[in-house]
Structure formats: structure tokens, C-alpha cells
Write a protein that binds this ligand. Sequence first.
Ligand code: RIB
Length: 273
Amino acid sequence: RMVMKKSKTIGVLVPDITNPFFSTLVRGIEGVLYRENFVTMLCNADLDTKKETDYLEELSRRGVDGYIIASSAISNQAINDSLRKKNLPYIVLDQKKAEGYSDAVLTDDLSGGKLAGEHLNQLGHQKVAVVLPENATENIQTRLTGFQKIYPNAVLVHAELSKDGGRQAAKEIVKADVTAIFAINDELAFGLYLGLADVEKRIPQDYSVIGYDNIDMCEYVTPQLTTIAQPIYELGQTTANLLLERVEQPEKNWEEKTLPVQLIKRFSTARLK
Ligand code: RIB
């Protein structure tokens, strides 16, 4: 691959580096960039719009060759002003929705939500809850829409997208009349493990719990977490490859790729007794 650019640097913006989903994602990106002699410049946004806009401007001042944006706190206005108007190559994924002016990589969130619903349904659960953030990003909304195809009346419990959010949500869950819980990501599910234990509830005897992402920790908790696997590492690789193609060929047509997800059955979900 012949790339003749100035800084050989790609800026990567993620919302929360403490979540292993994003460290695996960045590892996938970085592996590809390293192989192509690019440096990865990582910016953690912390769901803070000011921080994101500052980073975007600073990266552009440093003359990075392209941007990978996984964080929704970056407004379309900021992207427009800092990147599009200057014809800088960028690609959006995960929490950042594609607006039709860039390449994009998605995972099949609609099927993922449906798979989670079908799994709980097959186990005989009638009353279920979904734990998710109140102002969920588009990818997470789509996950919910898929789940609601199976459970239109699922109880929605709002929580911050973190382990602590899940722990807090357990207090609401025990007040609701449900036997199974769809945690919209694995971090929330791990929070539920602790939160439900706090009130002496057991998984899966009292509640079946299914997560989303399939981060490494799923296998190291008891019971091992049933989840919907996103191809996280591959998502990072695909994104980096697509961006480098764009850096080389700025004029080619926009591309959008969707990667598949799958159900990973483990031991946190069980048949309703
Ligand atoms: O765990 C991080 C979550 O937020 C994932 O589900 C990912 O898709 C992101 O949107």
C-alpha cells in the first residue's frame, strides 16, 4: 500500500476507555494502523462534548491524516466545521451515527436485540426488563427495537451505561414483576450481578440475565454471562482498513459495512421454573 501523507497519524475518539469494549476496539484499529506505519492517537471523550470538540480541533491542528469517531458526543456541527468543510477523511462507528457524508461500519444491532429476545422467549420468560441509558445512542436504540419485536411490553429500566449503572438498576428491577433482564451491554450486566447480590437475589435462579458485546470478562464471572457477541476486534480492523482506503482514495464512493452478531449461550440464563 502506497500512502504519501504528512503525519502518518490517525485520531481515534472513543466515549469511555474504561469499558473493555473500547479497548478491544482500539486494539483492532491500532493493529492495522501499526502494520501500515501509522500512529494511533487516542482521545477519550468521557461523554463530554466540550472535550470532544477540543480534541477534534487539536487533532486537526496537528495535521492528522484521518479520524475514527466512535463517540456520539461529537456533534454533526463540529464534524461539519472541523472535518467535512476541510475535506478531512473520517469514519464513524458504534455510538456515532452515520449521516451519509462518510464511510461507516455498523454491527447488526437489530438482529442482536432480536436474538436476545428470542433466547429469553425460548426459555419461557414472559415478563422481562431491559436496562439501558435514558438517552440511548442510535445503535443502542436499534438494539432495543429488535428486542421489542419479541417483547413489545418489556419494562424499561434506565441506567448510566456502566457497571455502577447496572448495580443501581438492580434496585428498580426487584420492584418490577419480571423474571429475565436484557442488559444493553455487558458492563451493565456485571453491575447487575453485584446489585442483585446486594439484595440476595441469584442469577439465574431468580433472574436470567443476558448481556451484549461479549467482552472477555463474560467468561470470568460466575455464572458465566450469556450475551450477544459483537465482533469487536474485527470491527476495529474493518474500520481502520476502510479509513486508510479513504486516505488513499479521497474521491471514491462512500461505503457502509455491517458486521454480524451472534448469541453466545452461557450460564446466566435458564428456563423459567
Ligand atoms: O459497551 C459499550 C457499548 O456501547 C457497546 O454495546 C457498544 O456497542 C457501544 O455502543
